[in-house]
Design a protein around this ligand. Structure first.
Ligand code: SF4
Ligand code: SF4
Length: 269
């Protein structure tokens, strides 16, 4: 199998773009041990294959986390894709790689002021999944070159900094002030509950970003809207919603607690 053949299978699986770049070769970061920073454990890995999944936001005011739903769907698609490739003799490791560091080094996108990666034609409304691939005579995968120029827009824009309800963005992102920083934990600091607008995350800076202007909001499908109905979640029935966004980050009654908080805030208006 080669790059073009893998790309074709990835499109069939629902991904919209596939980027082949060198395997990561960075010093490990102790605070992010789940990320594969280099190939010390996988010396056979020659190529990082980044699988890009696009998604549309939900309309303003909707509390359903479009990103997390896309992230969960793309995760399952990448697991199925990896199994298929392995069954065809491809040696790989499905894992998390340092997307921002790789973007800075291999210039396949733009590193934005809000710390997200914008891809040409797609903006930041994307989820990345990754495979490390071996390159062999049977499967001659190759890294490809990218030369995405930073258009300098972030230097003159600042819309995200003005809109961020947590005041987390100046010239760059102050990570610990951003709500996204707390989303993987079992619970959030009180200040997050006070300003949080969607379940499990925040997409405010993406909503105002001109790089995403072409990605128009869509209404959530009925099954998703039903799963995230606030009364249902607040009563403790979060099973279907957890299936949609993934169980890893939604234990300890998190979605129900968020729903109770949203209802309480709505009642105070
Ligand atoms: S809103 Fe403006 S400053 Fe912020 S990431 Fe988008 S382009 Fe850059
Ligand atoms: S995700 Fe939300 S809290 Fe984080 S920087 Fe963007 S607007 Fe601010």
């Amino acid at each position: 199998m080669n790059n073009a053949e893998l790309e074709k299978i990835a499109y069939e699986a629902g991904f919209c773009r596939v980027l082949f770049i060198p395997a990561p070769d960075f010093a490990p970061h102790d605070d992010e041990p789940h990320i594969v920073w280099n190939t010390a454990e996988y010396p056979w890995a020659a190529v990082s294959c980044l699988l890009v999944w696009r998604y549309s936001p939900y309309p303003e005011g909707c509390r359903i986390p479009a990103y997390y739903i896309a992230s969960n769907a793309s995760y399952h698609a990448s697991v199925a894709l990896a199994k298929r490739l392995e069954s065809e003799g491809v040696r790989l490791k499905r894992c998390e790689v340092p997307i921002k560091a790789l973007c800075a080094k291999y210039r396949f996108g733009t590193l934005c002021r809000n710390s997200l990666v914008a891809l040409p034609g797609l903006g930041t409304r994307v989820v990345f999944q990754a495979l490390l691939l071996e390159s062999s005579p049977e499967n001659p995968f190759k890294a490809e070159e990218h030369f995405e120029q930073d258009d300098g827009l972030c230097a003159s824009c600042g819309a995200c900094a003005a809109a961020c309800p947590a005041h987390a963005i100046g010239d760059s992102l102050d990570v610990k002030k951003c709500m996204r920083y707390y989303m993987d934990g079992a619970d959030y600091p009180d200040w997050v509950y006070r300003i949080q607008r969607t379940h499990m995350g925040c997409e405010v800076c993406q909503a105002v970003c001109p790089r995403n202007a072409h990605v128009l909001p869509v209404e959530p499908p009925e099954d998703i809207a039903g799963a995230f109905e606030l009364g249902r979640l607040a009563s403790g029935d979060a099973k279907q919603a957890r299936l949609l966004v993934g169980k890893n980050f939604t234990g300890h009654g998190k979605l129900s607690r968020e729903a109770v908080n949203f209802l309480q805030r709505d009642g105070e208006k």
